[in-house]
Design a protein around this ligand. Sequence first.
Ligand code: ZN
Length: 442
Amino acid sequence: MKLKRIISLFTAVAMMCGTLAVSFAETDYDTKIAELEKKIERIAKENKDRLAKIDTYKDNAAEMETLKALVEEEMDALDVQIANQSELVAAKQAVIDTKIIYINELDNNIRKAERLISNAEAEIARLDAENAANIYRFGQIARGMYMSDGYDIVGLLAGSSDFYDLLVRSEVMANIGEQNKTFMDNLLATIDEQRKLASQLELQKQSLEKDKLTAEDEREVLNGELEKLNAEKRTFEAALYDEQLTLSFYRTKITGIKENIENLKSQFSASQNEQEVINTEITKLIKAKQAAEAAKNKPDYSGDGFLWPLDSRFHMITTQFGYDAWRGGNHYGIDVGDGGIGGANIYAAQSGTVITAYNDGGYHGGYGNYVVVDHGGGIATLYAHGKTGGIVVSVGDEVKKGDVISHVGATGWATGNHLHFEVRIDGVAVNPFSYSYEGYNP
Ligand SMILES: [Zn+2]
């Protein structure tokens, strides 16, 4: 009868009572149970690795989040700088626009002056031509008076054969001369006036052109300043673009890490389910095996009168029975983890037969070194994480309530010295605190 095998069953037994009509030989149960147990051990190891990986990923994600937050802060600062720069550019542009309007006005005025000058010049030319025509006409008349009709004006004035005629002719000539002189004086005055006007216009035009040159110089300076502001703005925008690239790099990284964590979590959860399925199977096998044991007529002990498996001063419960979020699964017992508990005695909670006793420091599905005592009547108790070399019973030993069976250690899946204690009814883990314990006075 390989009781040693039964031990391991308990390790992994899940909650589920199925009835199984068993017709295998006992050794078949043992082989089957051992295989399933190994499988569970492997899955548990993989899950432990997954938890470690998740922790690493979480650290990485936290670091990325910190870096991302820094980039976002820098981007906020750049946004402010760009906004300021935009205001400066807009203000400068407004000054330049005003300057351009002023230059355009100057241009208009220059063109207007040019038109007036051109008009004045045309007028001068016209008057000049009129003057020239007039002088020519006066010359013609004068020549005609001296030379026409055979009169010799010199002889006429000296001999004066017809004085009246002379008077008449002289008067005519004088009239003609007077009219022409007045006309020509007026004409010359007008020409002079037009020339003065044209010259004034020319001065005005020169003044406007000078203003225009000044304004254009100012516009050049403003354009230079604007270009400088725009260049600064472009520098900030380029920096912002770089930050955006960095930000999207971190976002992608964080998304990737989160996906990895989700994948691991779903793998973890799938493994938990797989373990539950295997545990169910083991429970069935144990029940079948216990049914065979029951035929052997040993005394039955009940859960009434259980003894607290540790000295009374050790009573701090670090993990309760039931669902445990940190494990992402069920906790099939209670953990007792007071300071200084390492190496403390572990007592049999009730009399019975030792059906499991590992003392080799192996992992054993997370239990490490552990002992299972069968109390008959389907009741068994389990004591896990025993100190290496600290197990003092062997499979098949009959123990009395209060006998030392093991010592507290941290073998298997344990982060420190503690006792993991289970009560199982027909292989199914129940809350140990469904019972009371002699010596348990928290
Ligand atoms: Zn535990």
